[in-house]
Design a protein around this ligand. Sequence first.
Ligand code: PMP
Ligand code: GLN
Length: 381
Amino acid sequence: MLQSKLPQVGTTIFTTMSQMATDYKAINLSQGFPGFDCFPYLQDLVTKYMNTAHNQYAPMAGVPALKQRLAEKTSNVYDVEYDAETEVTVVSGATEALFASITAVVRQGDEVILLEPAYDCYEPAVRLNGGVPVYVSLNVPDFSVDWNKVSDAISSKTRLIMVNTPHNPGGYVWTQEDLDTLADLIRDKDIYIISDDVYEHIVFEGKKHIPLFSHPELKARTFACGSLGKTFHVTGWKIGYCLAPKALSKEFRKIHQFLTFSTVTPMQYALADYMEDPSRYLYLNKFYQEKRDLFCEGLSHTGFSFTPTEGSFFQCVSYGHLSQESDFDLAVRMTKEIGVASIPTSVFYHDQKDHKILRFCFAKEDKVLEQALELLQKGIF
Ligand code: PMP
Ligand code: GLN
């Protein structure tokens, strides 16, 4: 009998809830993906490259033109330089970037600080590498960081801290003060950082995503993981990237070349051309803010309590003042009884801590959001 390396792991909540939404013909605001297509021009570019024999293995670290575009984007948007040749690697989704960077850093017995609620792919990757997760709860309900708790969690065995800003599911966006405090805490320690920045272009009310690599001390220790699937409404293409200083990228690539070797070719050429015009990703803040505002306006006519999210395309709502039902049971019941699927946030905690908070994805057509709101406004309790 094969002894499981991940005995506690089952099917992810995203798969489970999306399947349930299909089974019960519910509106799927659970798994995070856009309910609309990418722009036709991007598809035309992929077709062009497929039709012109760009269908064999891409270079291991990515198509040079795309690496160059990613370096340019980082320079233009954040004023931070990465060398396209040696410090930018294109991989098969942020999921691969996260797995490869965790694998590059974590050795047997190393402690890894996970800020909970934490995205679901971090912990299994840490465990598969023999690491020991150390959990630190974010403040509820705003999901800001309790730096005293982080400080207490750091030990001589701490090797890595996982950061996610803007945060999934909470939407919290790290401040300059957060970056400075982290830098103070790990100065003179042999600790690395993986920063999951997949929602970097989805930040609201004029706030800015402040990448960890914008802090020079942090940059030297950071693997920044991004997702072009998120940014260009093509989550199914599974294209992501990792920005890291040369020595870190060198180790990262050693893992990447044996994990997937290279990433889908025609899409990389297409995205390189498409990213030529920065307005094609810089419009996202406004685009998603309109959806967030529409969704929050509708939510204000339900019994849920919430603060509009600062970033990402997720909105969390609390219902503890209305019911003590578990968040999982409520998410299931809402899918079956009122036809709207969501994610119970307890799944983002190792001990399923239930703060009575549900997460909705508002990356959907306005008419779909309006239909969902109408159903939610009928009430569930
Ligand atoms: N990190 C976070 C916080 C996410 O929400 C997701 C889901 N898109 C990922 C990583 C994975 O990104 P990708 O689809 O590019 O693998
Ligand atoms: N990142 C998406 C979410 O948080 C899910 C992606 C997946 O299903 N792996 O909902």
